[in-house]
Design a protein around this ligand. Structure first.
Ligand code: SF4
Length: 442
């Protein structure tokens, strides 16, 4: 039997922009299987989209909220008056949640919290975990869009705009659905993961029986309780990352940080206009390794940035050795249309760029070799990515290896091993970024 679809009423006040917001909210809810009701009695919950332009409009909005509470009882408020949360709460303490204008996702997230969707496989075309282009056992989890930084080589902020963080409960709901749908590893992504929530002043949202802040640490802690591996990408070395490394030491999230340092020389970092205080980065990394000795750091770097001198480049090489960067991707600087770095003085001769790239690779290869040697004989947890036709072996990844970008451990085995199986492997040997391992029988 099909469960009754949850039904929402929408009261829309204010200008055409508010009306468009209401349409978007309704479109999204309908696409998720919610029904609409034109009456208070027929709705399980009412969304009131308010106007706060003039005092008379505020009064009208407050009246509409009062009426919805009296007639229905379950009310979520959004729209322009949502900016004046205290005013609404003082007048109507029973309001379930309040969001501001254009916060479609927050409104929809609030509806999910107070009136959960009913997944019906007979009518829903979208599977519970959504459509994904990744294998069943891992999934990317986007926590925000855009970026508040203005790195001179990058045009992302001009394309995607400033940081817009998703509400914590929306992220957690998606993560939970993915885990229920069989995902064993969540890859947290954004443009600047550690800045999560800055734009919404770390706003709280209701998740299960508690309020969760849209804050890097709080989100990681909650994600760590979902029972999947959680891997963090695009983190910046801000001081508050220290406490997240504590979660790694506790085994809540994977001891892995993908930090795009891009360079280490203060001159180049200044020209790149990179965030974070680089003077403190080495100390910070050392501290992280004390807190969590198993930590793997992946990074990416640019060589040949305008103004990079031989001294700057050597500073970079020293840095990757001293910081023991475990995995590094290196790119040769290229002029990107629209990027301010095009206009910087001191563009580096292409031969020098190529030569620096080769030297970087040499140092990086030696570091990778050392790291691989230190793994031999160890027993580690690894996740199976399935059968690899070329290698004629099962491909696994350890906690130190992200899919697509890091290394693989091959296991030769006749019995079938399902994708997403997490097993203990003994590392037997390897070369470059590929290791060979054997399943350790329990
Ligand atoms: S490189 Fe990253 S941090 Fe810098 S502006 Fe681009 S997206 Fe933001």
């Amino acid at each position: 039997m099909t469960a009754k679809a949850p039904t929402v009423g929408v009261v829309s006040l204010g200008c055409p922009k508010a009306l468009v917001d209401s349409e978007r909210i309704i479109t999204r809810l309908r696409s998720e299987g919610y029904q609409l009701s034109g009456s208070y009695e027929g709705a399980d919950l009412v969304v009131v989209n308010t106007c706060g332009f003039l005092d008379s409009a505020k009064a009208e909005s407050l009246d509409a909220i009062g009426e919805a509470i009296a007639e229905n009882g379950k009310v979520i408020v959004t729209g322009c008056l949502g900016k004046e949360e205290n005013l609404i709460r003082d007048a109507h303490p029973k309001v379930l949640e309040i969001t501001g204008p254009h916060q479609y996702e927050a409104v929809v997230g609030a509806v999910h919290t107070h009136l959960p969707q009913v997944h019906d496989p007979k009518i829903d075309l979208v599977p519970e975990g959504g459509f994904r282009l990744t294998p069943r056992h891992y999934a990317y989890l986007k926590i925000s869009e855009g970026c508040n930084n203005r790195c001179t080589f990058c045009i992302i902020p001009s394309i995607r705009g400033d940081l817009v963080s998703r509400p914590a409960n929306a992220v957690l709901k998606e993560a939970e659905s993915l885990v229920k749908a069989g995902v064993k590893e969540l890859l947290v992504i954004s443009q600047d993961t550690s800045a999560y929530g800055v734009d919404v002043k770390y706003a709280e949202s209701k998740w299960k029986d508690r309020m969760v802040r849209a804050k890097f640490y709080d989100l990681c802690k909650e994600l760590g309780d979902l029972g999947a591996w959680v891997r963090l990408h695009y983190v910046y070395p801000y001081p508050h990352v220290d406490e997240v490394v504590g979660l790694m030491a506790e085994g809540k999230i994977l001891p892995y940080l993908d930090i795009p340092f891009q360079h280490a020389s203060p001159n180049v970092l200044k020209a790149m206009r990179r965030p974070a205080n680089q003077d403190k980065v080495l100390d910070r990394i050392k501290k992280w390794r004390q807190i969590c000795p198993d930590l793997t750091i992946r990074s990416s770097f640019i060589v040949g940035f305008p103004g990079e001198t031989e001294d700057d480049f050597e500073t970079l090489l020293d840095f990757i050795e001293e910081a023991e960067i475990d995995r590094a991707g290196v790119f040769k600087y290229e002029n990107v249309d629209g990027a301010p770095s095009r206009d910087l003085p001191g563009h580096v001769d292409q031969d020098d760029v190529d030569e620096r790239y080769d030297r970087f690779m040499e140092v990086q290869t030696a570091l990778a070799h050392q790291r691989l040697q230190s793994m031999i004989g160890k027993t580690v947890d690894a996740i199976c990515d399935g059968w690899d036709e070329d290698a004629e072996a099962y491909a696994f990844r350890t906690k130190a290896d992200a899919p697509e970008i890091d290394g693989v451990t091959y296991v030769d085995r006749d019995d079938e091993i399902a994708e997403g199986t997490i097993a203990k492997l003994e590392i037997l040997g390897g070369e470059g970024h590929e290791m060979v391992g054997a399943l350790v029988e329990e």
